[in-house]
Design a binder for this molecule. Structure first.
Ligand code: FES
Ligand SMILES: [Fe+2]
Length: 375
């Protein structure tokens, strides 16, 4: 497996089905994966069937206020409890095949033809699930460290943005013909910004920022808004409003955070935009982008399209670049080149990957990360 952290990965890392299968098992099913906002489960009895690293998972709002997750397989003969990709709202979890019924906490309540007292061990198989900052995370490993230690100090860095209270004003889904790692790598450097993002480069400086010192499984850093720009938008306009708890410096910074393996949180003084990755194949990734605004601005009827237009445009540029890299690294004989000084975040990501590849283990919180990332 690849191991160098001074050069990019060999083409095989982005094209091989066996590398992809290993990553889906080790890095995605055994890592904490963001599956969306907590608003996915709006009410008691809300149930949603999703895919996490190729495994069917049922998310449930069980009335205790805590989200629950189970394998989306009936304990009788395996029928899906809710069809993959669908959502329902019911007071019980019900299998349509032979009508076994489970409580919202997963316990078996009724199985036609069975004495239910003898079926205590036939509850749904639980999956670890947690709400952090208004996002739902799932982990299919029983032994992985808890989400809090994975998040580390991202908690305090994002605290001023009060992420749990933010409202979604827009969602866009993109089907990108590129390996998921290329999308992470692209987010972790702004070396490409002057040539790939002329509009972004007009409102944000593309050099001169700093990396954050991370204590979790995340990489990040900030870059400054240009003096002429009020916010990240195509014409530099934006809301004349700052998150009240942001310190003076941060108000003029765009902060990039990649919580591995698959959630990017980009924070501005007036809104957040997130990218959530779902690897679909060695050369295919679904990216769901969400625009999050503070409730004050939403209630005031603020026009938030400046943020949507800017990032939708920037996304298109990034996906075109990532898809081109996917084609380029797929050329037989491709040799990876050296990383630039401004690709420190990418270098840190490749180090984490190399450790995971070498140990046959999921991505782990490093003990010595002092380099971060910029988009
Ligand atoms: S498979 Fe679910 S009740 Fe038979
Ligand atoms: Fe970019």
């Amino acid at each position: 497996m690849p191991s160098s952290d001074d050069h990019g990965l060999p083409g095989e890392a982005y094209t091989s089905g066996s590398v992809f299968d290993w990553e889906r098992q080790k890095l995605w099913r055994e890592g904490w994966v963001c599956v969306g906002r907590a608003s996915l489960l709006p009410a008691t009895g809300s149930q949603r069937a999703i895919d996490v690293g190729g495994a069917g998972v049922l998310l449930v709002n069980d009335s205790s206020g805590q989200p629950r997750a189970f394998l989306n397989s009936c304990r009788h003969r395996g029928h899906e409890l809710v069809r993959s990709g669908c959502e329902v709202r019911r007071s019980t979890i019900w299998c349509a095949y032979h009508a076994w019924v489970y409580r919202l906490d997963g316990a078996l309540r009724n199985a036609p033809g069975f004495d239910i007292d003898e079926a205590d061990d036939l509850g749904l198989i639980p999956v670890r699930c947690a709400d952090w900052g208004g996002w739902l995370f799932v982990n299919l490993s029983e032994t992985a460290p808890d989400l809090q230690s994975t998040v580390g100090n991202l908690d305090e860095i994002l605290a001023p943005y009060e992420t749990s209270s933010l409202r979604t004003t827009a969602v866009r889904q993109y089907d990108v013909a590129a390996n998921w790692k290329l999308i992470v790598e692209n987010y972790l450097e702004c070396y490409h910004c002057p040539s790939t993002h002329p509009e972004l480069s007009r409102v944000q400086r593309t050099e001169g920022g700093e990396d954050f010192a991370s204590t979790g499984l995340w990489l990040g850093g900030f870059l400054d808004l240009r003096n002429s720009a009020l916010s990240m938008s195509l014409d530099g306009s934006g809301a004349a409003w700052d998150f009240p708890s942001l310190d003076e410096d941060r108000v003029r910074q765009v902060c990039y955070h990649a919580l591995l393996p698959g959630l990017f949180v980009t924070a501005h003084h007036d809104y957040l935009v997130t990218h959530r990755l779902e690897p679909l194949g060695a050369d295919r990734t679904r990216v769901t982008c969400e625009w999050l605004f503070p409730p004050e601005l939403v209630s005031a009827g603020t026009d938030t399209t400046y943020a949507l237009d800017f990032w939708d445009h920037t996304n298109a540029q990034d996906w075109a670049a990532c898809e081109s890299v996917q084609r380029g690294v797929s050329v037989p004989g491709y040799l990876p080149g050296p990383l630039a000084p401004d690709e420190s975040g990418l270098r840190a990501f490749l180090r984490l990957l190399a450790e995971a590849y070498g140990s046959d283990m999921p991505l782990r919180v490093p003990t010595d990360v002092d380099e971060g990332a910029r988009s």
